[in-house]
Design a protein around this ligand. Structure first.
Ligand code: ADP
Length: 272
């Protein structure tokens, strides 16, 4: 159940993290956040609220100005991005255009020095996972947007990372495909038990997919909790307005909302 997450010993901790890009203004104020093993945590907030900066610090592409990031209890500030055991998916996919699907999937494994037969085996499993059979030899340009996004997902997962970081991964897709991919990502999360940190400004997406949602506002977390608690017990006017304004289930009895989200998810679509 969702409420167990804060009680487990955390996989990742951000302790009093601050970030300034210019040495003057803090774009991350004093961030304290614990992420549990296997959790689906979404960073939700308006543009400029600090979501991507937080993800980049987790990934190792940005360094905190102050504070500490720990993984499994150990500081990771000096661990380079490729040694953090994190897979990444971005909005623009960033597939290699000159490589086939299979070559794109093999790339992170080659980088990690795996042998040929092990690479073949893992690439095959990844293709099974995202159901891209028969597409191994195609180049990205020969795939639809949704298929490209699946390759990007598979590539982030092919080396079996402990954590997957996703930054607006579905932003470029049309509404129907986005809702379908939300369902697929959630299924993969459930199936693999991997820890997911997911960035979006789309409140419906956040509340449908997540175990917990951290609402970002001006470089701080305005509230963190499971989707139902954010609806029912906003702790401050900002969260009440931000969630309320976009309340996709407005007018329904509050106690039914959690159940409806589950039903919507299981049925493979998202209530809008
Ligand atoms: P979000 O992902 O919520 O839109 P960001 O983390 O991208 O927010 O941005 C937070 C703040 O930091 C914004 O004011 C943005 O302009 C600033 N910022 C982000 N990246 C950089 C950068 N590389 N250099 C300078 N300022 C940046």
């Amino acid at each position: 159940s969702v409420s167990q997450f804060p009680d487990q010993s955390p996989l990742i901790e951000l302790c009093h993290v601050q970030k300034s890009y210019d040495g003057k203004n803090l774009v991350i104020q004093d961030l304290n956040l614990s992420i549990a093993q296997g959790e689906f945590l979404t960073l939700l907030g308006a543009s400029g609220s600090g979501k991507t900066t937080t993800l980049m610090m987790l990934a190792g592409f940005e360094t905190p100005t102050r504070g500490e990031i720990r993984m499994g209890g150990k500081p990771i500030q000096n661990v380079p991005a490729h040694q953090r055991g994190m897979g990444m998916v971005f909005q623009n996919y960033a597939l290699f255009p000159h490589m086939s699907v299979a070559e794109n999937l093999a790339y992170p494994l080659k980088m990690r020095g795996l042998g040929r037969s092990e690479i073949e085996q893992k690439v095959k499993r990844a293709i099974d996972m995202v159901q891209l059979h028969g597409m191994q030899a195609r180049r990205p340009a020969e795939l639809s947007g949704g298929q490209q996004q699946r390759v990007a997902l598979a590539r982030a997962m092919v080396f079996e990372p402990q954590v997957i970081l996703m930054d607006e991964p579905l932003g470029a897709l049309d509404k129907n495909l986005r809702e379908h991919m939300q369902y697929e990502i959630k299924q993969l999360h459930r199936h693999l038990g991997v820890t997911v940190v997911y960035v979006t400004h789309d409140q419906g997406e956040a509340l449908t997919m997540s175990d917990r949602v951290a609402v970002f506002h001006q470089g701080d977390i305005a509230q963190i909790g499971d989707p139902t608690s954010l609806y029912e017990r906003p702790e401050n006017p900002y969260v009440a307005t931000f969630i309320g304004e976009n309340n996709v289930l407005r007018g329904r009895p509050l106690e039914r909302q959690g159940a409806e989200l589950d039903v919507a998810l299981e049925a493979g679509f998202v209530v809008r």
